[in-house]
Design a protein around this ligand. Structure first.
Ligand code: SF4
Length: 704
């Protein structure tokens, strides 16, 4: 297996760039000290002060990210059926198999799966490649598993989905922040400094989470609902906002539509009923509502805990309704926001790697959008395919009679991160061709017919859009190992072999320089919701990021897009009535416990990168099952022993961790290791197609 140490070649040091991991996109300086050759070079990381999101802070993932560049598990040559080969052999093989599959099964016989960690340039070019070269409708990405419910709810309410529609620094000036289902003290610790600044100025933090997380411990109020009941809790809070006279009637009248229907729909969610269903005491609900009602400036934020449900869109909608009733969205210093998770989770959902989308957050079934993007691409709009399957539906269809027979996968590891992962692995194994582009041999890459070794963060340029909608510059700090190529180079090489449409020169249509791709992205996004037309690399560098929408180079960018009007046709936000419903799978005699999944501080997403870093493994090296002491006593297990966790879809094992702060009816597992998602429920949200990651029914058994 060609896993070897890369040769560090200094480009210059230090280079101002951004962390490879989460959506906070902390600014960092990367200094490279490399000898002439060999693995003895060092990479030193220090935080940047000029990026407001982290302003001098990093978490342990960021501090140790240099090991990704120097560590010994890097892929350094293409693999064909596990054997190292040259690039031409690997690319020719892939192109030949794609041609054969499409000759037999048509364009949709080949699918593409992208990632929320890809730069804007990669995500854009991948979407263009799928639609113009492969002519397939079958493209989606792992961000569907991340922010799609919040995106769907924001689009429904505001006509636009920009995670935080205000600068993150606004939070410090708030009197109250309600955070539903987010644990930033573990996922993105520098975020917490904005909440701490708020609290130091007298503001209050309210956290809604079934677990007593590190973030919940810092809260002034912690509401701990049963897993899968956040929607009922949000309805109950709005009920109290109405009955206790906290509705901002002037705002509701001037800036929104539809409140009467929502007022009627929450009338039945009186606090005692909500307490019975959620387990949250009425007194706590009243205190939370009093804090929110008193606040002059406040924010309602949601994270994956509220969003990753088969009713995630409605849950987020219920929190948006609450924020609207309080008069928060579109007010300076206030608002609703989704705390995006993946590194480019925001930009990755804007420029065309989604099944139903064209660049600029355009809809693929909108004739005007097709016309515009086809003109930029130099193709006939009628030749662009229509919408395809969403991420889980795509993975579920692989290798079936009606589904794709080949998959090209960039920057994703669904063997670990997809729900019902055992089934997804079976589907991947049933393909005629699986191609994975990655920097390490992830669990998914290990199944692939062909693996392309690709450049990573500090070896490449490009743009990332952080959780505020601020477009940032990723800069190259050092050269990649000699046999490693960028995803842009891989896409171009495949386009050349497969032949772009007659109207396109594949080399010019698929540039390998990120700046060239970005300039085309700007034109393709122009006039769309996520309009990047006025953003240039020079401006990003000079202004430490530019907020979209930014329609021309004279435009200052838009830190707070809803101050005057929302992005709906009439400029008013929409209240949408929603109803609580039970989880897709409730507990019963056979499966008497809830499983909820989440993150730990030391690891990121599927762990493909962080599980290869010694300093992070020293903190948490293996998966675990967090249980309440009463449950541990019943099972006669103690900390450190092994527990088997079984759901209707699979089983896995983990080390027992006892936590008196977890609910007695709930167990928790992190999803950074293969295991937790063998258990999770793939039931999908009807609007966002988000799977129900956050709650399923399980039983636990002592091992041995
Ligand atoms: S993982 Fe997130 S919070 Fe941690 S340093 Fe990187 S960008 Fe910052």
């Amino acid at each position: 297996m060609p896993l070897s140490l890369p040769v560090l070649t200094p480009v210059k040091a230090p280079t101002a760039t951004h962390c490879p991991y989460c959506a906070l996109q902390c600014g960092m300086n990367v200094a490279v000290e490399a000898p002439e050759q060999g693995p003895d070079g060092t990479v030193t990381i220090t935080p940047r002060q000029d990026i407001p999101a982290n302003a001098g802070g990093l978490c342990q993932k960021g501090w140790t990210a240099g090991e990704l560049l120097t560590g010994g598990q890097r892929l350094t040559t293409p693999l064909l059926h596990g054997e190292p080969v040259g690039w031409d052999e690997a690319l020719d093989f892939v192109a030949g198999r794609i041609r054969a599959v499409q000759a037999e099964h048509g364009p949709d016989g080949v699918a593409v799966f992208g990632g929320g960690g890809l730069t804007n340039e990669k995500a854009y070019l991948l979407g263009k490649f799928a639609r113009t070269v492969l002519r397939t409708s079958q493209i989606d990405y792992n961000g569907r598993f991340c922010m799609s419910s919040a995106a769907a709810a924001s689009n429904r309410a505001f006509g636009m989905d920009r995670g935080l529609p205000f600068p993150i620094t606004d939070l410090a000036g708030a009197d109250a922040v309600l955070l539903a289902g987010g644990n930033m003290a573990e996922t993105m610790p520098p975020f917490v400094r904005h909440l701490s600044a708020m609290r130091e100025s007298g503001g209050q933090l309210i956290v809604i989470d079934p677990r007593v997380t590190a973030t919940a411990r810092q809260a002034d109020l912690h509401l701990q609902p049963a897993p899968g009941t956040d929607l009922a809790l949000a309805l109950g809070l709005l009920h109290l906002v109405i009955t206790e006279g906290h509705v901002d009637e002037d705002y509701v009248a001037a800036r929104t539509n539809g409140f009467d229907a929502v007022r009627t729909s929450v009338a039945a969610w009186w606090p005692e009923r909500v307490e019975r269903l959620t387990g949250v005491p009425v007194s706590l609900m009243r205190r939370a509502v009093a804090v929110l009602g008193r606040a002059r400036r406040a924010a309602v934020l949601t994270g994956r805990g509220a969003e990753q449900h088969a009713k995630g869109t409605d849950t987020v909608t219920a929190f948006i309704n609450l924020a609207l009733a309080l008069g928060l969205p579109g007010r300076p210093g206030s608002g609703y926001g989704c705390v995006t998770g993946q590194g480019n989770g925001q930009g990755g959902r804007e420029h065309g790697q989604k099944a139903d989308q064209l660049p600029g957050y355009r809809k693929i079934d909108d004739p005007a959008a097709r016309e515009h993007v086809a003109r930029v691409w130099g193709v006939d709009p009628d030749d662009l395919p229509g919408p395809g399957r969403s991420a889980y539906e795509l993975l579920d269809a692989l290798g079936t009679e009606a589904g794709p027979r080949a998959l090209l996968l960039f920057g994703s590891n669904p063997v670990v991160s997809a729900p019902r992962a055992g089934h997804v692995t079976e589907r991947l194994n049933s393909l005629d061709l699986l191609v994975v582009s990655d920097l390490v041999l992830s669990e998914t890459a290990a199944l692939a017919d062909v693996v392309f070794p690709t450049t990573q963060w500090a070896e490449e340029g490009g743009t990332m859009t952080n959780l505020e909608g601020r477009v940032l510059l990723r800069r190259r700090a050092l050269a990649a190992p000699p046999e490693v190529r960028s995803d842009l180079e891989i896409i171009q090489a495949l386009a050349v072999r497969l032949g772009a449409p007659a109207s396109l020169d594949p080399v010019r249509a698929f540039p390998t320089e990120p700046r060239e791709v970005f300039d085309e992205l700007r034109r393709a996004s122009a006039g769309g919701i996520a309009d990047y037309a006025g953003i240039t690399y020079e401006r990003i560098a000079a202004e430490t990021g530019v907020f979209w929408p930014c329609p021309d180079t004279g435009h200052p960018g838009t830190p707070r897009p809803f101050l005057d009007r929302f992005a709906t046709p009439d400029g008013r936000a929409r209240f949408v009535p929603v109803e609580h419903r039970p989880p897709g799978e409730d507990i019963d005699e056979e499966y008497p416990l809830y499983l909820t999944t989440g993150r730990v501080l030391a690891h990121y997403q599927s762990g493909a990168q962080t599980r290869r870093i010694a300093a992070l493994n020293a903190v948490v090296a293996e998966t675990f099952v967090e249980v309440h002491p009463d449950l541990a006593e019943r099972l006669e297990v103690s900390a450190g022993q092994m527990l088997r966790v079984v759901s209707r879809r699979g089983e896995t094992e983990g080390v027992v961790k006892i936590n008196p702060a977890i609910r007695a009816d709930t167990v928790f597992m992190p999803f950074h290791w293969a295991g937790a998602n063998l258990l999770t429920n793939p039931e999908l949200d009807p609007v966002s197609r988000m799977p129900e990651f956050k709650v399923c029914a399980v039983r636990v058994e002592r091992v041995g």
